[in-house]
Design a protein around this ligand. Structure first.
Ligand code: UTP
Length: 405
C-alpha cells in the first residue's frame, strides 16, 4: 500500500490523523506504518458496540448428567471411533491478555502448583495425553496465540518438550487484531508509526485459522469436528469421546459443555434458544423474569451456564462470517502518544478495545447439544488471583480431583 492508498482508506473512516507524522519518519518507519494501515480492519469502527437484535428467548433442553449416563456407552463408542480415524481436532484459545490475573506472560504458563511446578498448559496437556491414550491416536491441537504472546508461547512449548506430546500434531496460529480507539472512535497511536491494535477477542478463532491457511490442512487431514476450549480452566476436559459421540448420534452440528448454575444469579452465560436458534444469553441480558422462571417440575428454565468448551462441525463453521458477529466495545486503559507527540500513561480508562466472542457462534448454528458436566470435575476457571474463579479456587478443585500440586 502506498501513501495515497493509505490516505484514501483512512479518509473513509475519518482516521487520517494516523498519517500526521509521516513526513518525519525514516523510510523503514514509513513502510511499517503503511503495512500496518493496510492490515487495519476499519469496518468494525462503524459498529456501535454489541449490536445484537432484540431476541425472543426460550429454553433449550440440556442433556443432564443422568441422561448422559444412560447413553454413555454408545456415545463413547462412536466418539472413540471418530477420534481413532482423526476426525476430531482441538483448538486451544490462548490469545487472551489475562489482564485480570495481572500475570505478564501467557496465562497457560502460570504456575498453579504449590509444592510442584504445574503450569496451566501442563494441566491441559496431561488431560489431552490421557485422551490420546484412550483412543490410541494422536489428536491434532491448534493453538491460537496473539501477536504479543505468540513467540513466547511457542518457545515455552519447545522448552518443555511440548509436554510430552508429539510436536508434529501441534500447530500454532496467530489471531487477528482490531484497532484500539479513543472514546471518540479515533485510532490511537502507540508511537509515530504504530497505530494501536489489540487481539480481537475469542470469536475470530475460525477466521484466524482460515487466514493462517489451516482450512486446507483440516480438509487434507479429514478433520470434521473442532473442539474449541479456553486456556483458563485447569480442569478442562477436551476431546471427550462421550461429548463428541452425543453430538454425532444426534446428528448435531455443535455441542456446548455446560454446568448447572450454583444459583440463578451466577454470572455466567446461559444456554437457551433465541429466535429459533440455539444461543447463549449473557448474565446481564437475562431479565429477572427469565432468570427465576421454572418448569412444571420446579427446575429453573435457564439453569445451565457455558464453560467455553464447544465442539463444532467444520462444515457448519464454514457458514460463519466475521461480519455476522456482534462487536463488543470494552473500555480500557491504553498508553498512547498524544497529538503533540507526548507519551501518556492513563490512570483512567481512555480507550475502546473491540472484540467478538465465541459464544456468539452458537446462534449461527442450526442446533446444539447442551451437554451437562460435573462442575467439580470439569470447571476450575482461573480469572483472578483471589476470590471467585481464582488461583485459590482452582487449587482447591485440583486437590479435590487428586491432582498433585
Ligand atoms: P477471557 O475472556 O477471560 O479474556 O478469555 P482474557 O484476555 O484471557 O482475560 P482478561 O479478561 O483480560 O482477564 C477466555 C478465553 O479466550 C481466550 C483466552 O486466552 C481464554 O482462553 N482469548 C480471549 C483469546 O484467545 N483471544 C482474545 O482476544 C481473548
Amino acid at each position: 500500500m502506498n501513501y495515497t492508498e493509505a490516505y484514501l482508506k483512512l479518509e473513509k473512516y475519518n482516521q487520517t490523523h494516523l498519517l500526521k507524522w509521516y513526513d518525519f519518519l525514516s523510510d523503514n518507519e514509513k513502510t511499517l506504518l503503511l503495512e500496518k494501515i493496510a492490515s487495519l480492519d476499519l469496518l468494525i469502527l462503524s459498529s456501535n458496540g454489541s449490536n445484537k437484535d432484540k431476541e425472543s428467548i426460550s429454553p433449550l433442553k440440556t442433556l443432564t448428567l443422568s441422561e448422559i449416563k444412560e447413553e454413555e456407552n454408545q456415545d463413547r463408542d462412536i466418539g472413540i471411533k471418530y477420534m481413532k480415524s482423526g476426525k476430531l481436532a482441538c483448538v486451544l484459545l490462548a490469545g487472551g491478555m489475562g489482564s485480570r490475573l495481572g500475570y505478564e506472560y501467557p496465562k497457560g504458563m502460570y504456575n498453579i502448583g504449590i509444592s510442584n511446578k504445574l503450569t496451566i498448559f501442563k494441566c491441559q496437556m496431561d488431560t489431552l495425553k490421557a485422551r490420546v491414550k484412550e483412543c490410541g491416536k494422536y489428536i491434532y491441537l491448534f493453538i491460537m496465540t496473539s501477536p504479543e504472546n505468540n513467540e513466547i508461547t511457542i518457545r515455552h512449548f519447545e522448552q518443555n518438550n511440548y509436554y510430552g506430546y508429539d510436536k508434529s500434531y501441534i500447530k500454532f496460529f496467530i489471531q487477528k487484531e482490531y484497532p484500539v480507539t479513543d472514546m471518540e472512535g479515533k485510532i490511537l497511536l502507540e508511537n509515530k508509526f504504530t497505530p494501536a491494535t489489540a487481539p480481537n477477542g475469542n470469536g475470530g478463532w475460525y477466521q484466524s485459522m482460515r487466514i493462517a491457511g489451516l482450512k486446507d490442512f483440516i480438509i487434507k487431514h479429514g478433520i470434521e469436528y473442532l473442539n474449541v476450549y479456553s486456556v483458563d480452566n485447569v480442569l478442562q476436559k477436551m476431546a471427550d469421546p462421550v461429548f463428541l459421540g452425543s453430538m454425532i448420534n444426534r446428528n448435531s452440528e455443535c455441542g456446548a459443555k455446560v454446568v448447572r448454575k450454583v444459583d440463578p444469579n451466577e454470572r455466567v452465560g446461559v444456554i437457551c434458544m433465541a429466535n429459533g436458534h440455539p444461543s447463549i444469553t449473557e448474565y446481564i441480558e437475562l431479565t429477572d423474569e427469565l432468570r427465576y422462571s421454572k418448569d412444571e417440575n420446579g427446575e429453573y428454565l435457564y439453569n445451565f451456564g457455558v464453560i467455553l468448551n464447544y465442539i463444532f462441525k467444520v462444515d457448519a463453521l464454514e457458514r460463519t462470517h466475521e461480519n455476522a458477529f456482534p462487536i463488543y466495545k470494552a473500555n480500557k486503559k491504553y498508553p498512547y502518544m498524544d497529538e503533540v507527540g507526548n507519551f501518556i500513561n492513563p490512570t483512567e480508562p481512555n480507550a475502546y478495545k473491540y472484540e467478538t466472542f465465541v459464544l456468539d457462534m452458537i446462534r449461527m448454528m442450526n442446533d446444539c447439544v447442551s451437554f451437562e458436566v460435573d462442575r467439580k470435575k470439569e470447571f476450575a476457571p482461573v480469572k483472578n488471583l483471589h476470590g471467585i474463579d481464582s488461583v485459590d479456587t482452582a487449587r482447591e478443585l485440583l486437590i479435590k480431583n487428586n491432582i498433585q500440586i
